[in-house]
Design a protein around this ligand. Sequence first.
Ligand code: FA5
Length: 345
Amino acid sequence: MIDEIAAISDDAPARIADATTLAELRAVEAELTGRKGSLTLLKRGLGALGADDRRAAGAALNAAIGTVEAAIAARRDALERADLADVVARERLDLGEVPTTPRRGTVHLVTQTWDRLVDVFVGMGFVVAEGPEVETDWYNFEALNIPSGHPARGMWDTFYVDLGEPETVLLRTHTSPVQIRVMTDQAPPIYAVMPGRVYRRDTADASHMPVFHQIEGLVVDRGISFADLAGTLEAFTSAYFGGSIHSRLRPSYFPFTEPSAEYDINCVFCEGTGCRTCQHTGWLELGGCGMVHPTVLRNVGLDPEEWSGFAFGFGLDRLALMRHGVDDIRELYTGDVRFLEQFPS
Ligand code: FA5
Protein backbone atom coordinates (compact mmCIF):
# COMPACT_ATOMS: atom_id res chain seq x y z
CA MET A 1 0.00 0.00 0.00
CA ILE A 2 2.90 2.31 0.78
CA ASP A 3 3.96 2.05 -2.87
CA GLU A 4 0.44 2.84 -4.05
CA ILE A 5 0.29 5.86 -1.71
CA ALA A 6 3.65 7.02 -3.01
CA ALA A 7 2.57 6.63 -6.63
CA ILE A 8 -0.62 8.64 -6.05
CA SER A 9 1.30 11.28 -4.06
CA ASP A 10 3.92 11.66 -6.79
CA ASP A 11 1.27 12.06 -9.44
CA ALA A 12 -1.05 14.37 -7.50
CA PRO A 13 0.83 17.71 -7.69
CA ALA A 14 0.97 17.66 -11.51
CA ARG A 15 -2.71 16.68 -11.80
CA ILE A 16 -3.72 19.47 -9.41
CA ALA A 17 -1.56 22.00 -11.25
CA ASP A 18 -3.01 20.90 -14.59
CA ALA A 19 -6.54 21.81 -13.50
CA THR A 20 -7.15 25.16 -15.20
CA THR A 21 -10.71 25.69 -14.03
CA LEU A 22 -12.51 25.23 -10.74
CA ALA A 23 -14.63 22.50 -12.36
CA GLU A 24 -11.51 20.57 -13.45
CA LEU A 25 -10.08 20.97 -9.95
CA ARG A 26 -13.28 19.60 -8.40
CA ALA A 27 -12.97 16.51 -10.68
CA VAL A 28 -9.32 15.93 -9.62
CA GLU A 29 -10.31 16.36 -5.98
CA ALA A 30 -13.08 13.76 -6.39
CA GLU A 31 -10.60 11.32 -7.97
CA LEU A 32 -8.13 11.73 -5.09
CA THR A 33 -9.96 12.44 -1.86
CA GLY A 34 -13.66 12.22 -2.85
CA ARG A 35 -15.99 9.47 -1.63
CA LYS A 36 -14.68 7.13 -4.32
CA GLY A 37 -11.26 8.81 -4.66
CA SER A 38 -8.08 6.69 -4.84
CA LEU A 39 -6.74 7.83 -1.44
CA THR A 40 -10.16 7.36 0.19
CA LEU A 41 -10.38 3.78 -1.17
CA LEU A 42 -6.90 3.02 0.17
CA LYS A 43 -7.98 4.32 3.55
CA ARG A 44 -10.92 1.92 3.52
CA GLY A 45 -8.45 -0.92 2.80
CA LEU A 46 -6.36 -0.20 5.93
CA GLY A 47 -8.53 -2.52 8.04
CA ALA A 48 -7.36 -5.53 6.08
CA LEU A 49 -3.70 -4.91 7.00
CA GLY A 50 -1.82 -6.24 9.95
CA ALA A 51 -1.31 -3.89 12.93
CA ASP A 52 2.21 -2.71 12.03
CA ASP A 53 1.54 -2.29 8.34
CA ARG A 54 -1.72 -0.49 9.18
CA ARG A 55 0.08 1.97 11.44
CA ALA A 56 2.77 2.68 8.82
CA ALA A 57 0.36 2.84 5.89
CA GLY A 58 -2.13 4.92 7.93
CA ALA A 59 0.56 7.50 8.77
CA ALA A 60 1.72 7.66 5.14
CA LEU A 61 -1.87 7.91 3.94
CA ASN A 62 -2.76 10.74 6.36
CA ALA A 63 0.36 12.63 5.33
CA ALA A 64 -0.46 12.10 1.65
CA ILE A 65 -4.10 13.20 2.11
CA GLY A 66 -2.97 16.28 4.08
CA THR A 67 -0.50 17.26 1.33
CA VAL A 68 -3.03 16.68 -1.42
CA GLU A 69 -5.73 18.69 0.41
CA ALA A 70 -3.36 21.57 0.99
CA ALA A 71 -2.32 21.56 -2.69
CA ILE A 72 -5.96 21.50 -3.78
CA ALA A 73 -6.83 24.39 -1.43
CA ALA A 74 -3.91 26.45 -2.75
CA ARG A 75 -4.88 25.72 -6.36
CA ARG A 76 -8.55 26.58 -5.64
CA ASP A 77 -7.47 29.86 -4.13
CA ALA A 78 -5.35 30.68 -7.19
CA LEU A 79 -8.13 29.73 -9.63
CA GLU A 80 -10.74 31.71 -7.71
CA ARG A 81 -8.53 34.78 -7.75
CA ALA A 82 -7.90 34.36 -11.49
CA ASP A 83 -11.65 33.97 -12.04
CA LEU A 84 -12.37 37.14 -10.12
CA ALA A 85 -9.67 39.02 -12.01
CA ASP A 86 -11.29 37.79 -15.20
CA VAL A 87 -14.75 38.98 -14.14
CA VAL A 88 -13.34 42.32 -13.07
CA ALA A 89 -11.52 42.68 -16.39
CA ARG A 90 -14.63 41.71 -18.34
CA GLU A 91 -17.02 43.87 -16.39
CA ARG A 92 -14.65 46.74 -15.94
CA LEU A 93 -16.26 50.12 -16.49
CA ASP A 94 -13.36 52.46 -16.90
CA LEU A 95 -15.10 55.80 -16.89
CA GLY A 96 -11.77 57.42 -17.60
CA GLU A 97 -11.70 55.72 -21.00
CA VAL A 98 -15.28 56.38 -22.16
CA PRO A 99 -14.66 59.83 -23.64
CA THR A 100 -11.90 58.50 -25.93
CA THR A 101 -14.50 56.91 -28.24
CA PRO A 102 -17.73 58.70 -27.31
CA ARG A 103 -20.91 58.32 -29.37
CA ARG A 104 -21.45 61.87 -30.49
CA GLY A 105 -24.92 63.32 -30.62
CA THR A 106 -25.95 65.87 -33.24
CA VAL A 107 -27.56 69.26 -33.03
CA HIS A 108 -31.34 68.85 -33.48
CA LEU A 109 -32.59 69.58 -36.99
CA VAL A 110 -34.72 72.49 -35.75
CA THR A 111 -31.69 74.07 -34.07
CA GLN A 112 -29.58 73.47 -37.18
CA THR A 113 -32.29 75.18 -39.24
CA TRP A 114 -32.48 78.08 -36.80
CA ASP A 115 -28.68 78.57 -37.02
CA ARG A 116 -28.63 78.25 -40.81
CA LEU A 117 -31.45 80.77 -41.29
CA VAL A 118 -29.77 83.23 -38.98
CA ASP A 119 -26.50 82.75 -40.93
CA VAL A 120 -28.24 83.44 -44.24
CA PHE A 121 -29.94 86.62 -42.96
CA VAL A 122 -26.86 87.87 -41.12
CA GLY A 123 -25.03 87.41 -44.43
CA MET A 124 -27.66 89.67 -45.99
CA GLY A 125 -27.03 92.40 -43.38
CA PHE A 126 -29.76 91.61 -40.81
CA VAL A 127 -29.23 91.59 -37.03
CA VAL A 128 -30.88 89.04 -34.71
CA ALA A 129 -33.41 89.93 -32.00
CA GLU A 130 -35.47 87.80 -29.63
CA GLY A 131 -38.50 88.40 -27.43
CA PRO A 132 -40.38 86.59 -24.64
CA GLU A 133 -42.59 83.57 -25.27
CA VAL A 134 -45.10 84.71 -22.64
CA GLU A 135 -46.50 87.94 -24.05
CA THR A 136 -49.13 90.48 -23.29
CA ASP A 137 -52.19 90.99 -25.42
CA TRP A 138 -50.77 94.38 -26.44
CA TYR A 139 -47.67 93.02 -28.14
CA ASN A 140 -49.23 89.88 -29.61
CA PHE A 141 -52.45 91.52 -30.90
CA GLU A 142 -53.30 95.16 -30.10
CA ALA A 143 -50.11 96.84 -31.30
CA LEU A 144 -50.27 94.69 -34.43
CA ASN A 145 -53.60 96.28 -35.36
CA ILE A 146 -55.67 93.34 -34.08
CA PRO A 147 -57.99 94.90 -31.45
CA SER A 148 -60.01 92.65 -29.16
CA GLY A 149 -63.11 91.43 -30.91
CA HIS A 150 -61.39 91.78 -34.30
CA PRO A 151 -62.32 88.73 -36.40
CA ALA A 152 -58.63 88.26 -37.32
CA ARG A 153 -57.95 87.06 -33.75
CA GLY A 154 -59.61 83.86 -34.87
CA MET A 155 -56.65 83.29 -37.22
CA TRP A 156 -54.55 82.39 -34.20
CA ASP A 157 -56.08 80.04 -31.63
CA THR A 158 -54.49 81.24 -28.42
CA PHE A 159 -53.30 79.70 -25.15
CA TYR A 160 -54.01 82.22 -22.37
CA VAL A 161 -52.01 82.36 -19.15
CA ASP A 162 -53.99 82.69 -15.95
CA LEU A 163 -52.27 85.84 -14.68
CA GLY A 164 -53.75 89.29 -14.03
CA GLU A 165 -56.74 90.43 -16.04
CA PRO A 166 -58.44 87.61 -17.97
CA GLU A 167 -57.00 87.15 -21.46
CA THR A 168 -54.26 89.77 -21.17
CA VAL A 169 -51.29 87.40 -20.83
CA LEU A 170 -50.75 84.64 -23.37
CA LEU A 171 -48.26 82.34 -25.03
CA ARG A 172 -47.32 84.22 -28.19
CA THR A 173 -49.06 82.86 -31.26
CA HIS A 174 -46.43 84.19 -33.66
CA THR A 175 -43.07 85.99 -33.61
CA SER A 176 -44.66 89.23 -34.87
CA PRO A 177 -44.83 90.76 -31.35
CA VAL A 178 -41.02 90.92 -31.46
CA GLN A 179 -41.42 93.42 -34.35
CA ILE A 180 -43.17 95.75 -31.89
CA ARG A 181 -40.46 95.24 -29.26
CA VAL A 182 -37.69 95.95 -31.77
CA MET A 183 -39.40 99.08 -33.14
CA THR A 184 -40.07 100.30 -29.60
CA ASP A 185 -36.48 99.69 -28.48
CA GLN A 186 -34.57 101.13 -31.41
CA ALA A 187 -34.89 103.85 -33.98
CA PRO A 188 -34.90 103.02 -37.70
CA PRO A 189 -33.21 102.02 -39.91
CA ILE A 190 -34.05 98.48 -38.76
CA TYR A 191 -32.98 95.28 -40.51
CA ALA A 192 -33.72 92.45 -38.06
CA VAL A 193 -34.71 88.78 -37.97
CA MET A 194 -36.39 87.27 -34.92
CA PRO A 195 -36.44 83.50 -34.58
CA GLY A 196 -38.45 81.93 -31.77
CA ARG A 197 -40.87 79.36 -30.40
CA VAL A 198 -44.59 80.01 -30.71
CA TYR A 199 -47.78 78.33 -29.44
CA ARG A 200 -51.20 77.72 -30.92
CA ARG A 201 -54.18 75.60 -30.05
CA ASP A 202 -53.60 73.58 -33.21
CA THR A 203 -53.97 69.81 -33.33
CA ALA A 204 -50.81 68.02 -34.40
CA ASP A 205 -50.94 66.66 -37.96
CA ALA A 206 -48.47 66.27 -40.83
CA SER A 207 -48.03 70.06 -41.16
CA HIS A 208 -49.10 71.45 -37.76
CA MET A 209 -47.81 71.33 -34.19
CA PRO A 210 -49.22 73.17 -31.17
CA VAL A 211 -45.67 74.29 -30.35
CA PHE A 212 -43.52 75.24 -33.31
CA HIS A 213 -41.06 77.89 -34.48
CA GLN A 214 -41.13 80.91 -36.71
CA ILE A 215 -38.58 83.35 -37.99
CA GLU A 216 -39.79 86.91 -38.32
CA GLY A 217 -38.15 89.53 -40.48
CA LEU A 218 -38.53 93.30 -40.22
CA VAL A 219 -37.12 96.12 -42.29
CA VAL A 220 -37.97 99.76 -41.56
CA ASP A 221 -36.17 102.50 -43.44
CA ARG A 222 -36.85 105.40 -45.76
CA GLY A 223 -38.24 104.52 -49.18
CA ILE A 224 -38.73 100.76 -48.63
CA SER A 225 -41.09 99.30 -51.25
CA PHE A 226 -42.80 96.02 -52.01
CA ALA A 227 -40.07 95.38 -54.61
CA ASP A 228 -37.51 95.33 -51.76
CA LEU A 229 -39.62 92.70 -49.98
CA ALA A 230 -39.93 90.51 -53.10
CA GLY A 231 -36.21 90.86 -53.92
CA THR A 232 -35.14 90.07 -50.36
CA LEU A 233 -37.30 86.95 -50.21
CA GLU A 234 -36.09 85.70 -53.60
CA ALA A 235 -32.45 86.24 -52.50
CA PHE A 236 -33.18 84.39 -49.27
CA THR A 237 -34.87 81.52 -51.15
CA SER A 238 -31.84 80.93 -53.40
CA ALA A 239 -29.41 81.23 -50.47
CA TYR A 240 -31.32 78.79 -48.28
CA PHE A 241 -32.73 76.27 -50.78
CA GLY A 242 -30.26 76.56 -53.64
CA GLY A 243 -30.71 78.05 -57.10
CA SER A 244 -33.34 75.67 -58.45
CA ILE A 245 -36.05 76.76 -55.97
CA HIS A 246 -37.87 80.08 -56.51
CA SER A 247 -40.40 82.08 -54.53
CA ARG A 248 -43.68 83.74 -55.40
CA LEU A 249 -45.92 86.12 -53.47
CA ARG A 250 -49.67 85.59 -53.48
CA PRO A 251 -52.16 88.26 -52.28
CA SER A 252 -53.36 87.61 -48.74
CA TYR A 253 -54.50 89.37 -45.60
CA PHE A 254 -52.79 90.15 -42.29
CA PRO A 255 -54.01 93.03 -40.11
CA PHE A 256 -50.44 94.27 -39.52
CA THR A 257 -49.35 94.48 -43.15
CA GLU A 258 -50.85 96.25 -46.14
CA PRO A 259 -50.62 94.95 -48.79
CA SER A 260 -50.13 91.40 -47.49
CA ALA A 261 -48.98 88.26 -49.24
CA GLU A 262 -48.33 84.57 -48.75
CA TYR A 263 -44.78 83.46 -49.46
CA ASP A 264 -44.67 80.25 -51.52
CA ILE A 265 -41.72 78.29 -52.92
CA ASN A 266 -41.58 75.68 -55.70
CA CYS A 267 -42.44 72.32 -54.22
CA VAL A 268 -39.12 70.71 -53.26
CA PHE A 269 -40.60 67.23 -53.59
CA CYS A 270 -41.71 67.49 -57.24
CA GLU A 271 -39.81 70.70 -58.18
CA GLY A 272 -43.04 72.29 -59.33
CA THR A 273 -44.57 69.55 -61.47
CA GLY A 274 -47.29 68.75 -58.90
CA CYS A 275 -47.51 66.03 -56.23
CA ARG A 276 -49.51 65.01 -53.16
CA THR A 277 -47.48 67.16 -50.73
CA CYS A 278 -48.14 70.37 -52.71
CA GLN A 279 -51.70 69.25 -53.47
CA HIS A 280 -50.74 69.24 -57.15
CA THR A 281 -50.20 73.01 -57.22
CA GLY A 282 -46.42 72.84 -57.58
CA TRP A 283 -46.09 75.38 -54.73
CA LEU A 284 -45.66 75.15 -50.95
CA GLU A 285 -46.74 77.88 -48.54
CA LEU A 286 -44.11 78.77 -45.96
CA GLY A 287 -45.25 82.04 -44.42
CA GLY A 288 -46.82 85.44 -44.60
CA CYS A 289 -45.40 88.86 -45.41
CA GLY A 290 -46.27 92.39 -46.46
CA MET A 291 -45.61 96.08 -46.01
CA VAL A 292 -45.77 97.19 -42.36
CA HIS A 293 -49.23 98.70 -41.81
CA PRO A 294 -49.23 102.50 -41.14
CA THR A 295 -51.25 101.90 -37.95
CA VAL A 296 -48.50 99.60 -36.63
CA LEU A 297 -45.87 102.27 -37.35
CA ARG A 298 -48.01 104.85 -35.55
CA ASN A 299 -48.50 102.46 -32.59
CA VAL A 300 -44.73 102.52 -31.99
CA GLY A 301 -44.41 106.27 -32.56
CA LEU A 302 -43.08 106.20 -36.13
CA ASP A 303 -44.39 108.55 -38.81
CA PRO A 304 -45.62 106.47 -41.79
CA GLU A 305 -44.99 109.50 -44.04
CA GLU A 306 -41.30 109.29 -43.20
CA TRP A 307 -40.75 105.56 -42.66
CA SER A 308 -41.91 102.49 -44.47
CA GLY A 309 -41.02 98.86 -44.14
CA PHE A 310 -41.78 95.26 -44.79
CA ALA A 311 -42.16 92.23 -42.54
CA PHE A 312 -42.35 88.50 -42.97
CA GLY A 313 -42.98 85.49 -40.73
CA PHE A 314 -42.04 81.99 -41.85
CA GLY A 315 -42.67 78.61 -40.29
CA LEU A 316 -39.15 77.57 -39.26
CA ASP A 317 -40.06 73.90 -38.82
CA ARG A 318 -41.66 73.84 -42.26
CA LEU A 319 -38.53 75.40 -43.75
CA ALA A 320 -36.57 72.52 -42.17
CA LEU A 321 -38.96 69.94 -43.65
CA MET A 322 -38.81 71.48 -47.12
CA ARG A 323 -35.05 71.76 -47.21
CA HIS A 324 -34.58 68.13 -46.21
CA GLY A 325 -37.56 66.60 -48.02
CA VAL A 326 -39.33 65.42 -44.85
CA ASP A 327 -43.10 65.18 -45.28
CA ASP A 328 -44.36 65.05 -41.68
CA ILE A 329 -43.61 67.77 -39.11
CA ARG A 330 -44.27 65.33 -36.23
CA GLU A 331 -41.03 63.51 -37.13
CA LEU A 332 -39.18 66.52 -35.71
CA TYR A 333 -40.65 66.02 -32.27
CA THR A 334 -40.83 62.29 -31.61
CA GLY A 335 -37.19 62.22 -30.50
CA ASP A 336 -36.57 59.07 -32.57
CA VAL A 337 -32.78 58.78 -32.82
CA ARG A 338 -33.08 56.87 -36.12
CA PHE A 339 -34.67 59.98 -37.64
CA LEU A 340 -32.47 62.53 -35.91
CA GLU A 341 -29.15 60.86 -36.75
CA GLN A 342 -29.88 61.27 -40.46
CA PHE A 343 -29.10 64.95 -39.99
CA PRO A 344 -25.55 65.12 -38.64
CA SER A 345 -24.52 68.62 -37.75
C1 FA5 B 1 -48.35 84.51 -39.05
O1 FA5 B 1 -48.11 83.94 -38.01
C2 FA5 B 1 -47.91 85.94 -39.28
N1 FA5 B 1 -47.43 86.48 -38.03
C3 FA5 B 1 -46.85 85.95 -40.37
C4 FA5 B 1 -46.51 87.32 -40.84
C5 FA5 B 1 -45.43 88.01 -40.30
C6 FA5 B 1 -47.29 87.92 -41.83
C7 FA5 B 1 -45.12 89.28 -40.73
C8 FA5 B 1 -46.96 89.18 -42.27
C9 FA5 B 1 -45.90 89.83 -41.73
P1 FA5 B 1 -49.44 82.44 -40.21
O2 FA5 B 1 -50.44 82.18 -39.16
O3 FA5 B 1 -49.84 82.19 -41.60
O4 FA5 B 1 -48.87 83.90 -40.15
O5 FA5 B 1 -48.13 81.55 -39.88
C10 FA5 B 1 -46.94 81.71 -40.62
C11 FA5 B 1 -46.32 80.34 -40.93
O6 FA5 B 1 -46.13 79.61 -39.72
C12 FA5 B 1 -47.21 79.44 -41.77
O7 FA5 B 1 -47.12 79.75 -43.13
C13 FA5 B 1 -46.60 78.10 -41.47
O8 FA5 B 1 -45.41 77.90 -42.22
C14 FA5 B 1 -46.24 78.22 -40.02
N2 FA5 B 1 -47.27 77.62 -39.16
C15 FA5 B 1 -48.48 78.12 -38.83
N3 FA5 B 1 -49.15 77.30 -38.00
C16 FA5 B 1 -48.33 76.26 -37.77
C17 FA5 B 1 -48.40 75.06 -36.97
N4 FA5 B 1 -49.44 74.81 -36.19
N5 FA5 B 1 -47.37 74.19 -36.99
C18 FA5 B 1 -46.26 74.45 -37.74
N6 FA5 B 1 -46.11 75.56 -38.50
C19 FA5 B 1 -47.13 76.45 -38.52
